[in-house]
Design a protein around this ligand. Structure first.
Ligand code: DGJ
Length: 332
């Protein structure tokens, strides 16, 4: 009897040490090795070692904070908009759900722009009912990049249906535009100019006769390039790009910019945004979602460089892995 008591006394500190080691082990194990490249379609963990849940969104760079912010649909619980921050575009820290969609039935494709005059972050998004028939734009604001964002209003821009959205910010004038999949269940894309404070749509709103979802916009050498997907739900399809000399058109249809056989399903992705990376010459980042047939939280991302060729064609080539050394840094 006496002996077993002594044994128990001796075992306890050993157990305690083992418990401490066991409780620390997962946190050591989960810390991922920092990323030094993009791996399109591959596993992409945040700085906590968790899958990045940030779909259909956009990236902004906040110069004063020397930080990139990536916004997107948080498709896990709670549903809404997630935000991640990064210093290098490869490694992302989860800043949490910055807009909880609450009663909104469908919340998709958030796009954020910063209004320097009001020092306010403005988020536009696809606001809908569960059968995609409400088809509106929603707008929310926050005084911090990491939220919380508060919904201000939702509307059909100039009476038009609006579903998938893209955004373009003109660097010189700071005018912002939303490209939106519109009317008769996305038969066309329209482009609408926002007010100077980005809080409402103006009547500069045109049908650019582009088919039909996932719009992303870039400008090079005075030409606007509008990249769109076809309409096939969550299934990838061939993309099409259009060019124009004016953001509001007229646009000319060009073709599929994704090169090669796998380009016929946009490298198994759907466009959501084109981010012009600051500090590099002509560094256009294609942001695409690999939905895997459904908008699940674990859907992947296809990030690739976009090339505008000497003769003005848009091209996307497949890279299994790539990094920013592909671009030429701009001297400050
Ligand atoms: C395709 C759109 O691009 C997505 O954002 C989403 O709305 C799905 N359709 C729903 O089927």
């Amino acid at each position: 009897m006496m002996k077993s008591k002594i044994m128990a006394f001796r075992i306890k500190p050993v157990l305690l040490v083992l418990c401490v080691i066991a409780s620390l082990a997962p946190s050591f194990a989960q810390k991922p090795t920092p990323h030094t490249s993009f791996k399109p379609g591959g596993e992409w963990l945040d700085t906590d070692g968790k899958h990045i849940d940030c779909h259909g969104g956009n990236i902004i760079y906040v110069d004063s904070l020397k930080t990139y912010y990536w916004y997107g649909e948080h498709r896990g619980q709670p549903r809404g908009a997630s935000c991640y921050s990064s210093k290098d575009l490869y490694n992302w820290k989860n800043e949490g759900v910055v807009l909880d969609k609450g009663e909104i039935e469908i919340f998709e494709r958030p796009k954020v722009v910063y209004d320097a005059a009001k020092q306010q972050y403005v988020m536009w998004f696809h606001y809908d009912g569960n059968r995609y028939t409400v088809a509106e734009l929603g707008v929310a604001t926050s005084d911090k990049p990491t939220g919380p964002f508060v919904v201000q209003h939702h509307e059909r821009p100039n009476g038009h249906e609006s579903r998938d959205i893209g955004m373009y910010l003109e660097p010189d004038t700071k005018k912002a535009y939303i490209g939106y999949a519109a009317d008769h269940t996305n038969r066309t894309i329209r482009m609408v100019e926002l007010s100077d404070d980005y809080l409402s749509t103006t009547t500069n709103d045109v049908d650019i006769e582009a088919h039909c979802e996932g719009p992303g916009i870039l400008k090079k050498n005075g030409t606007y390039y509008l990249l769109t997907s076809g309409c096939s739900g969550w299934t990838p399809n061939p993309a099409t790009y259009y060019t124009a000399k004016n953001i509001l058109g007229p646009y000319t249809k060009q073709g599929n910019p994704f090169v090669g056989d796998a380009g016929n399903n946009s490298f198994n992705s759907q466009p959501c945004y084109i981010f012009k990376i600051p500090g590099y010459k002509d560094a256009y980042l294609y942001m695409g979602d690999r939905w895997n047939g459904g908008g699940r939280p674990d859907s992947q991302y296809v990030f690739l460089p976009i090339t505008i060729t000497e003769d003005g064609k848009m091209e996307l080539h497949w890279y299994k892995e790539w990094d920013l050394s592909m671009f030429t840094p701009v001297k400050k």
